[in-house]
Ligand binder design. Structure first.
Ligand SMILES: C[S@@+](CC[C@H](N)C(=O)[O-])C[C@H]1O[C@@H](n2cnc3c(N)ncnc32)[C@H](O)[C@@H]1O
Length: 265
């Protein structure tokens, strides 16, 4: 607690303020304690717990974005590219439910695209990206914890797990399906430039001149080629083909960014 407050505030109020002052981002183990906005020392915290605590904050930012987007939702489907573990995916479904969208948009679905822990499937990864995909190797039930969706009630029946490499799953058939649907929010969390490029090319083929939210997880990270230039190229094409303006809305857990593509006047 700040010294100035220690002296001037009566004890019962001080105790209440101490509790309110804690930014509890996740109960218990992953909470980030602060004293009126000043973070407490982590010097006695293990390296593992530091990593977990810091990444919890990033996931919290994604959850906030899900809440922001669903409180001003244009309708349509949620598409998550790089949905392995279904963490952000579940946050979006919860936020959708909380904002009463299940009833308002009864046709909306939630699409999860990933290899879900199996780098050996389909056409396999390009040779130079094998190490990246090996990093995500996991049993299917860990990479795609479908059982965890049952707690979201009837919304679990609107979830579509699209299992495979994007080069195998983002087919002409799937494009034809999406041209008959509406997209409300796209979250791209795929780490590598080649995967971002495949997703942007797919979106350009299926989107419409309508408002869409799009979150780019690695927007502010250093990459070769940079993800932000791939996004800017995508946004320029969206302007050219659909007369959509890309508006920056907020950052997403340090390195990500949320945009809204809005029809120009
Ligand atoms: C950072 S993880 C996703 C984490 C997830 N969004 C969450 O909420 O925890 C990135 C994922 O992107 C997937 N991915 C990247 N490129 C891909 C591609 N070309 N095809 C399929 N999946 C891909 C990986 O398999 C990996 O699971």
């Amino acid at each position: 607690m700040l010294d100035v407050l220690k002296k001037s505030v009566p004890r019962p109020i001080r105790n209440a303020m101490r509790r309110i002052g804690h930014a509890v981002l996740h109960p218990g183990y992953h909470s980030i304690p602060d004293d009126f906005g000043v973070l407490r020392s982590f010097s006695r915290t293990s390296a593992t717990k530091k990593v977990l605590t810091a990444s919890t904050r990033n996931y919290r930012a994604r959850a906030e974005i899900a809440l922001d987007v669903t409180s001003n939702y244009p309708g349509g489907d949620y598409l998550e590219f790089g949905a392995g573990s279904l963490n952000s995916f579940r946050s979006f479904i919860a936020a959708f439910d909380l904002n009463g969208l299940a009833e308002r948009f009864p046709d909306s679905r939630f699409y999860a695209f990933d290899i879900f822990g199996d780098p050996d499937q389909g056409s396999g990864p390009p040779k130079e990206e094998r190490a990246y995909f090996e990093h995500w190797r996991n049993p299917f039930e860990v990479a795609a914890p479908i059982a965890s969706l049952s707690s979201y009630g009837a919304l679990k029946d609107r979830c579509v797990i699209v299992n495979g490499y994007f080069q195998d799953t983002l087919t002409e058939k799937l494009k034809a399906e999406f041209r008959n649907r509406k997209i409300g929010f796209v979250f791209v969390d795929v780490n590598i430039a080649s995967s971002y490029k495949q997703v942007f090319d797919f979106l350009l083929d299926v989107m419409k001149p309508e408002r869409i939210f799009i979150e780019i997880d690695e927007y502010f990270e250093e990459h070769k080629p940079p993800i932000h230039t791939l996004y800017q190229d995508f946004a320029a094409k969206a302007k050219q083909r659909y007369n959509l303006d890309s508006m920056y809305m907020r950052n997403a857990g340090a390195f990500g960014a949320l945009f809204c593509l809005m029809p120009a006047a």
